[in-house]
Design a protein around this ligand. Structure first.
Ligand code: C2E
Ligand code: CA
Ligand code: CA
Length: 906
């Protein structure tokens, strides 16, 4: 049927004849068409038209079209009115949000607005918080339900589970209708919360696709109360409500925050201000307290100290009237060393009574007094107003001065004015001040005590020192006496050996400190004293010694010392003697003094002394060394014929070596055959041809290496080992000489004077040469002038016998002794050796004297038929000079140094 109608309508609109029958009454070009169906049995459309009902149908069609148009217009008008209401409502909502109404007012306004749009007697708005999954009812009005939710409080969604509101949030879409209808719309089971409504319309409030809340209206009376249009409307309004709510809420929140922040700031500000005030105050207090503490440390006069304290206290509390009270030493009185007051000028000391100060002393605690407290104390009998106590103040604050736990006084401030009271804080401050004052007083007291103690001590020390000094003086006297006795010789009164040793020790130490402070020791022996003693008796001997000591004393000056060492031995210590010359001068002076005749025992005696001198230099580290060396020199002086002085020097030093030690070494060396000959050639000066060799002894010392004879022969001589060494050396020289000394050459050996004391010397020597297989004709001996001087006849005899055995003799070191050539003429000599000391200057500018001597020797030797060898030629100039003078032979480093035999070619 409908299809047929549609095809008819389409055909009519297209302007063609419809295929099936039907008549279009009216067509308002779109919405409504009215068709009159024509059954085939009633004839065709054409038949219908022709049956003259066509005008009637047309009229009906027109009328119909008019009716339709009127209805459409009415509907438009309704819609327009609705839109207008909506627009009003939205404006009103926006207005509401912008206004400064509070939230409840605005919510009420919103309700009213919605109520203007639809039935909204029952109406609620709730906001959803997804974070806490809860709903907050902002507004709730219900005519039936009396279980209103608590407004503006979060309600967990679980409490609304499966309810319409819950679905609104969960499904995020509007719900509308009666319960049955709603059940169909939700995504799960539907539970009824609250009273059951006839019609229910709820829309979610969405923002950015998220549910932010719900708006619900419902009706308990009328079904089908809400239409789709209402739903759309509410949805639209809900959006704006949300905006308005949010705006309001934001605004409220902002205001709340601003208010909160402002409150916080104000609070903070207040706290800060409080703190600043507190800080300022405590700074001020601190400064004053420091000042007081510092004052307590200053050693100041008491009155000034109290005044300063008062000033400092005045910075902290009102202290116009201030005093310091102290208990007297016996504790019976109270004194006021400091008192400043408006009313009273001073306060005299008083026996302890019933004043407030006494009360503080009794209790040992700070006391704050105002009129009320004063009455109380008076009633309790603790204090009494007495003229003795002075003018009564209105307010009074006193704190005890404590020393350890003992109260020693009070400090107090007082006020006569109504508006000047003291409080706990003042008490605290004053207590602090009291500590400082107590400290200071204590320190002052102990300082005073210390001063007294020191003075007492000083006094006692002085007395004791005086006593001790006296004792020491006595003791020193005794000691000096004893010392003198111990250190002096009773016979002459001179210092003794002990004293001398002490002085020498000091001299040694003095030199160590100052190398210029040389000193000298003169060791002195009275010549032939034994003779006086034996022939004239002991008394005369003692007299001689006393006279000698007197004369010695005259020869020296301070601080030199004359000491008697024993019997006839004396010593003189000269201090600060820079040169041996000075010491010798003193020695000479002594000898002159002693050589004056001495009248003893009725006779004139001639005395003299032998003196040994040792110069104290850095070498000496002990007294014994010095005494020993002076003794050695003395011994020399005596053995050289007495009445002379000998200065200890290097040669003596050598002799003074530890003879025993070296002797032991020399003996060992002999056994171990450590002595051996070195050979030095004697040459023809013209061509350097070797005419012979001189054998010179060397000690191949196991530690010190090869030693020249100067190092050991003097000791060997002293210890009597020289001969043995010589013999061993002669034997080795002869043995080596067999191979070394050729045809026409000779070998010389050095013979010391001692050998000539042995009359068998020549026999021994010849025997030795024979045993060594050395031809005696090639052997020559070298002797010195001193040999010839010893026992001339004996020496001459030996030389004679040796010459007979073809062993010639040479005079060594010629020119150094005193002998003249005429003297030596009596000895059978073959050769003389001019000493090195004459050769040395030759070839240099200043050689005239030497040249003259050498020339004279050469001339004389020639006349006597003696060969001449010049010793110690070291330079070509010397060689030429000697040659020029006619010297034929020479010896010296220029031609060769002493070397082992193996060094020299045959
Ligand atoms: P002397 O008999 O006058 O021996 C010569 C010394 O002069 C040697 O010293 C020799 O080395 C040294 N001499 C040689 N030519 C020169 C030169 O050109 N310049 C210098 N400055 N010196 C030169 P040496 O060997 O130290 O002997 C020293 C002394 O010891 C000898 O003097 C001699 O008196 C003695 N002596 C050496 N050997 C023996 C010995 O076997 N027995 C004994 N009793 N005495 C000896
Ligand atoms: Ca010699
Ligand atoms: Ca010589």
């Amino acid at each position: 049927m409908l299809d047929a109608a549609e095809s008819v309508l389409a055909a009519v609109r297209a302007g063609v004849s419809p295929a099936s029958d039907g008549y279009v009454l009216c067509d308002d070009a779109g919405a409504v068409a009215l068709l009159l169906p024509c059954a085939p049995s009633q004839g065709s459309r054409r038949a219908l038209a022709s049956a003259r009902c066509e005008p009637m149908l047309d009229a009906a069609g027109k009328r119909l079209a008019e009716l339709l148009t009127a209805r459409r217009l009415r509907s438009s008008v309704r819609q327009l009115a609705q839109s207008e209401r909506l627009q009003h409502a939205l404006f009103a909502i926006a207005d509401m949000a912008g206004s400064d109404h509070d939230m409840p007012t605005m919510l009420r306004g919103l309700h009213e607005i919605v109520g203007g749009l639809m039935y909204a007697e029952n109406f609620y708005i709730a906001l959803f918080d997804s974070e806490s999954d809860s709903l907050r009812f902002l507004y709730f009005v219900d005519t039936v339900d009396d279980e209103d939710p608590v407004l503006d409080a979060p309600m967990p969604m679980s409490e609304l589970m499966y309810g319409c509101t819950w679905y609104l949030v969960r499904d995020a879409k509007a719900l509308m209708g009666p319960v049955d209808g709603l059940r169909r719309q939700v995504s799960g089971p539907l539970h009824q919360h609250g009273a059951s409504s006839k019609d229910w319309l709820g829309v979610p409030m969405m923002r950015h696709g998220q549910v932010r809340g719900v708006v619900v209206v419902q009706s308990y009376g009328q079904e089908d109360c809400y239409s789709d249009a209402d739903r759309a409307l509410l949805g639209f309004v809900a959006e704006h409500i949300l905006t308005a709510l949010e705006r309001k809420q934001d605004q409220a929140q902002l205001e709340r925050r601003v208010a909160e922040r402002t409150r916080q700031l104000a609070e903070t500000n207040q706290i800060l201000q409080e703190q600043v005030r507190e800080r300022e105050r405590s700074e001020q207090v601190q400064t004053s307290l420091y000042k007081i503490a510092a004052l307590a440390n200053v050693e100041d006069e008491a009155a000034r100290f109290y005044r300063h304290i008062h000033l400092a206290v005045g910075e902290l509390i009102n202290a116009r009237n201030f005093y310091i009270a102290l208990l007297s030493a016996d504790g019976q009185q109270i004194e006021f060393p400091y008192f400043v007051d408006d009313k009273d000028s001073a306060r005299p000391p008083r026996p302890l009574g019933r004043g407030v100060s006494e009360y503080v002393i009794r209790t040992g605690r700070p006391v704050l007094v105002d009129p009320a407290r004063a009455r109380e104390l008076m009633e309790a009998g603790e204090i009494e107003a007495s003229p003795v106590v002075g003018t009564i103040s209105l307010y009074w604050l006193g704190v005890p001065l404590l020393d350890a736990d003992k109260v020693i006084g009070v400090i107090a401030v007082q006020s006569y004015s109504e508006d000047l009271a003291y409080d706990e804080r003042d008490a605290e401050l004053l207590t602090f001040v009291s500590y400082q004052i107590a400290n200071s007083l204590q320190r002052r007291n102990s300082a005073e005590a210390l001063r007294r103690l020191n003075a007492e001590l000083e006094q006692r020390v002085q007395v004791r020192t005086r006593e001790l000094r006296e004792q020491i003086a006595v003791r020193e006297q005794v000691e000096a006496q004893l010392k003198h006795q111990v250190m002096h010789d009773p016979l002459t009164g001179l210092p003794n050996r002990l004293y001398l040793r002490d002085r020498i020790e000091r001299a040694i130490a003095g030199l160590r400190r100052n190398p210029e402070r040389c000193y000298a020791l003169l060791y002195l022996d009275v010549d032939r004293f034994k003779l006086f003693n034996d022939s004239l008796g002991h008394l005369a001997g003692d007299e001689v010694l006393r006279e000698v000591s007197r004369r010695l004393g005259d020869c020296i000056r301070e601080p030199d010392v004359v000491a008697r060492l024993s019997g006839d031995e004396f010593a003189v210590l000269l201090e600060d003697v820079p040169l041996p010359k000075v010491a010798c001068k003193v020695a000479q002076r002594i000898q002159d003094a002693l050589s004056q005749p001495m009248h003893v025992a009725g006779r004139d005696l001639q005395t003299s002394a032998s003196i040994g001198i040792a110069i104290g230099d850095a070498r000496y580290t002990s007294t014994d060394q010095l005494l020993h060396d002076a003794d050695v020199a003395l011994y020399r002086a005596k053995s050289a014929g007495r009445q002379r002085f000998v200065l200890f020097d290097d040669s003596l030093q050598r002799q003074a070596l530890d003879v025993l030690g070296v002797e032991h070494e020399l003996r060992n060396a002999l056994v171990r055959r450590e002595f051996e000959p070195y050979f030095q050639p004697l040459v023809d000066l013209a061509d350097g041809a070797v005419i012979g060799y001189e054998a010179l002894v060397r000690w191949r010392h196991p530690v010190r290496g090869v030693l020249p004879p100067g190092e050991f022969l003097p000791v060997a001589e002293d210890s009597g080992l020289l001969e043995a060494i010589d013999w061993s050396m002669y034997r080795m020289a002869c043995e080596a000489g067999v191979a070394l000394v050729g045809e026409g050459q000779f070998m010389t050996i050095n013979i010391s004077p001692r050998h000539f004391q042995n009359p068998q010397f020549d026999v021994h020597l010849l025997k030795l040469a024979r045993e060594a297989g050395f031809d005696p004709a090639r052997l020559r001996i070298e002797v010195t002038e001193s040999t010839l001087l010893g026992d001339p006849d004996a020496v001459a005899a030996i030389l004679e016998r040796l010459r007979e055995a073809c062993v010639d003799a040479a005079l060594d070191d010629f020119g150094t002794g005193y002998s003249s050539l005429t003297y030596v003429q009596r000895f059978p000599l073959k050769m003389i050796k001019i000493d090195r000391s004459f050769v040395e200057p030759l070839g240099r500018g200043l050689s005239q004297r030497s040249s003259a001597i050498v020339a004279a020797i050469l001339a004389l030797a020639k006349s006597l038929g003696l060969d001449v060898v010049a010793e110690g030629i070291e330079t070509e100039a010397q060689r030429q000079a000697l040659q020029k003078m006619g010297c034929v032979h020479g010896q010296g480093f220029l031609f060769g140094r002493p070397e082992p035999a193996s060094h020299w070619p045959r």
